[in-house]
Design a binder for this molecule. Structure first.
Ligand SMILES: *[C@@H]1O[C@H](CO)[C@@H](O)[C@H](O)[C@H]1NC(C)=O
Ligand SMILES: *[C@@H]1O[C@H](CO)[C@@H](O)[C@H](O)[C@H]1NC(C)=O
Ligand SMILES: *[C@@H]1O[C@H](CO)[C@@H](O)[C@H](O)[C@H]1NC(C)=O
Length: 265
């Protein structure tokens, strides 16, 4: 465009400067005009060439800018993708943290529950160990016939037998629990009759008694502590037998009896 304007300017300047000098021939003049026109054409062509070069450069620049723009767009898109991915990761991480927190809490609760239950179980065990189990018995009504040496006194009427240690068949007590026991025998005789009795543990004498009254009934009581293991046996037996060794009993008065209890384990 500027090239065309310059050309018009050149033409008009040329027209305006037509010589009026008489020395110059018409041919001369036309020759000069032609020369100028040729120069102008050259200049014009150069201008056109320059213009083309400029426009090519501009086009190249435009293409570069376009490409640059596309690259920028691609970069922006990639950044956007990355941001979205990061956001998604953050959200899932937060959800995981939440899940972990609640599962940690559940674990703490269940661990406490387990600990509590174990403590309760241990406490109950301890309680069982500390507490003395209930073991005691009391029986009366033995044989009232003459006794022989070593004869076991069988107290046939059982009043109490907690823990089932006493047998009314054998007259013997078998320890169902280990521990310290207290045994007693309460023995009555009619006048002129003797009682020679002893409490034994598996045959070893723990305590012995003898009693006799010439004029009337009489009674005596003996007690003994003994440590027993489970299964050890205690009973009452006659330590010296004879026809005048007889016990006295009356079911309504409950004279002669044998009993015991676990007092400490
Ligand atoms: C969630 O717990 C799992 C298993 O204990 C662990 O591997 C993971 O790192 C935890 N996640 C977070 C975010 O704390
Ligand atoms: C422990 O959990 C069990 C089962 O959920 C429940 O039955 C029990 O009562 C809990 N124990 C304690 C001591 O809370
Ligand atoms: C028991 O004692 C009562 C009252 O003294 C008497 O009547 C009874 O005969 C006695 N029974 C025995 C078996 O000794």
């Amino acid at each position: 465009m500027t090239g065309i304007l310059q050309l018009l300017l050149l033409v008009s300047v040329t027209m305006a400067s037509e010589p009026s000098c008489p020395a110059c021939s018409k041919y001369d003049y036309e020759e000069k005009v032609l020369e100028r026109m040729i120069r102008m054409e050259f200049a014009f062509e150069k201008e056109l060439k320059d213009n083309k070069a400029v426009s090519e450069t501009v086009e190249e620049d435009l293409t570069r800018i376009k490409e640059e723009n596309e690259r920028l767009h691609a970069t922006v898109d990639a950044l956007k993708d990355q941001q979205e991915q990061a956001e998604r990761r953050l959200v899932s991480l937060m959800e995981e943290v939440e899940r972990n927190q609640s599962s940690t809490l559940e674990k703490i609760v269940s661990d406490s529950n387990t600990t509590l239950e174990q403590t309760i179980a241990a406490f109950n065990d301890m309680k069982d160990q500390i507490a003395t189990p209930l073991v005691y018995f009391n029986a009366h009504f033995p044989q009232t016939t003459s006794l022989s040496t070593g004869e076991v006194i069988v107290y046939k009427t059982v009043e109490t037998n907690h823990g089932n240690g006493y047998s009314a068949t054998t007259g013997k007590f078998t320890a169902p629990e280990r521990g310290l026991y207290l045994f007693f025998m309460h023995t009555c005789t009619s006048s002129t009759k003797y009682s020679y009795l002893q409490i034994v543990k598996d045959g070893s004498v723990l305590i012995r008694s003898v009693q006799y009254e010439k004029e009337s009934f009489s009674c005596s009581s003996s007690q003994v502590f003994v440590q027993l293991d489970v299964g050890e046996t205690v009973w009452v037996q006659c330590s010296s037998g004879s026809s005048n060794r007889q016990l006295n009993e009356n079911s309504s008065y409950r004279w002669t009896s044998f009993g015991g209890a676990l007092i400490h384990n």
